[in-house]
Design a protein around this ligand. Structure first.
Ligand SMILES: *Cc1c(COP(=O)(O)O)cnc(C)c1O
Ligand code: SF4
Length: 402
């Protein structure tokens, strides 16, 4: 077991997921129990207060290296000063999820499947979060009548066969509320499969109780995708949580975000993916980090991800290899030479699965790319981050001129 820090309650409390939620780190003083915060981290914690929420479960905090500020767990959840520096390409909603939401928090961007953000709460607030615009924000909390409006939408749309419950993190719901929600969805005859997107197996594995597993098993087929980013997160507690899910018949997948300094090298990614399959967790997607404002320091060139994929494919078990994708307003694009047409300066140009062209701002900043993409001209019809989308400026959002 990972060490339970002395000051952290009794063993029974430590193992209680609600205790973990109630005792989350959200002040510098609390953080000091786990690490020696640098001056820059202290500054960043103050500067991001009221801008993007900050909490860490005691369990996840206990995985951080106390002295190494480049620790891969620390980089994911402790604010960095770079978060508040100007980010010229970052935007608030790069996938235009707002524009694809017919009812509050329900993203319908594929004919047959939806992502239903049933809560804006999470256990920890990952600094690179795709939904930074909404997670931890009271305006995006879902009241029961708003959940019912989403359910009405599902009922009224027989083409929807796949419902992804996400957020935020749907496993912050009580067993009772989750049972109610899954039961409502299960009564919709055209919904064939329900899946959950949750980071709790990683950041609060105590949440995966036998009682929760019994609730999930009542509503099969239920799939779950979780979000491990680094082999350090594959602890005995996380392993036990994933085993309980698998034993309950829930196929568990993993969605990793490619993050600079955390997992952007082939050795780390291989250790992560091979470790996951020993836990019966199938690596599903490796995501190119999105253009979320204030996350430039965590983004990588697309060529870095492509080079990592070349070292995995054919060099480990086939089912240990995730699909490397970039999400766009026109759907997820596999970042392989089939779809990636080439590099036009600071942009990577690709064809989406819908046949449209997308240009992703992805500057190399003078670095030599580890694989070489053909140089292409920027096609006139290529779309890029939504025009007129608010630029991310810390503490405010501003529409760019033009
Ligand atoms: C990613 C995503 C899904 C699920 O896509 P899969 O490729 O089937 O995992 C569904 N809806 C939205 C809006 C998504 O972004
Ligand atoms: S758990 Fe998921 S939704 Fe929540 S902050 Fe992290 S990445 Fe965002």
């Amino acid at each position: 077991m990972t060490a339970r820090p002395q000051h952290n309650g009794s063993a029974a409390e430590w193992d209680d997921w609600r205790w973990q939620m109630r005792h989350r780190v959200d002040t510098v003083e609390a953080l000091e129990r786990y690490v020696r915060p640098t001056a820059s981290e202290r500054e960043a914690i103050e500067a991001t207060r009221g801008v993007f929420r900050w909490t860490i479960t005691p369990y996840y905090a206990s995985l951080m290296d106390p002295v190494d500020e480049r620790d891969p767990v620390r980089l994911q959840v402790v604010p960095q000063r770079a978060e508040v520096e100007p980010d010229i390409v970052g935007v608030v909603d790069p996938l235009d999820e707002g524009g694809h939401s017919p009812v509050k928090n329900l993203v319908h961007n594929y004919p047959d499947k939806v992502a239903f953000c049933v809560t804006s709460e999470c256990a920890v607030y990952c600094r690179y979060c795709l939904r930074k615009r909404m997670v931890g924000d009271a305006d995006f909390m879902m009241r029961k009548d708003e959940l019912r409006a989403g359910l009405d939408y599902l009922r009224a749309h027989p083409e929807i066969r796949d419902v992804l419950l996400t957020g935020g993190d749907p496993l912050v719901f009580s067993d009772q509320n989750l049972d109610w929600l899954l039961g409502e969805i299960r009564q919709i005859p055209h919904v064939e499969v329900v899946r959950l997107g949750s980071r709790l197996p990683v950041v609060n594995p105590m949440r995966i109780t036998d009682e929760l597993c019994a609730v999930l098993a009542r509503h099969h087929p239920v799939w779950l995708n979780t979000h491990f980013n680094h082999p350090k997160e594959l602890t005995p507690e996380a392993r036990a949580a994933c085993a309980r899910l698998a034993d309950a018949g829930v196929p568990v997948g993993n969605q990793t975000v490619l993050l600079a300094g955390v997992n952007d090298d082939a050795e780390t990614m291989r250790a992560l993916c091979e470790g996951l399959v020993t836990m019966r967790v199938r690596p599903y997607y490796l995501y190119q980090a999105q253009l979320i404002g204030g996350t430039a320091h965590l983004r990588t060139p697309i060529e870095t991800g492509m080079a990592i994929m070349r070292e995995l494919r054919g060099h480990t078990s086939g089912f240990a290899v995730p699909t490397y994708v970039l999400d766009t307003p026109d759907g997820k694009v596999p970042l392989t030479r089939d779809y990636v047409l080439g590099r036009a300066g600071d942009w990577v140009v690709m064809e989406t699965t819908r046949g449209t062209l997308w240009a992703e701002p992805n500057p190399l900043d003078g670095a030599a790319p580890p694989v070489h993409l053909p140089e292409v001209e920027m096609p006139d019809e290529a779309r890029t981050v939504p025009t007129g989308a608010p630029r991310f400026v810390y503490g405010e959002t501003a529409t760019p001129p033009g």
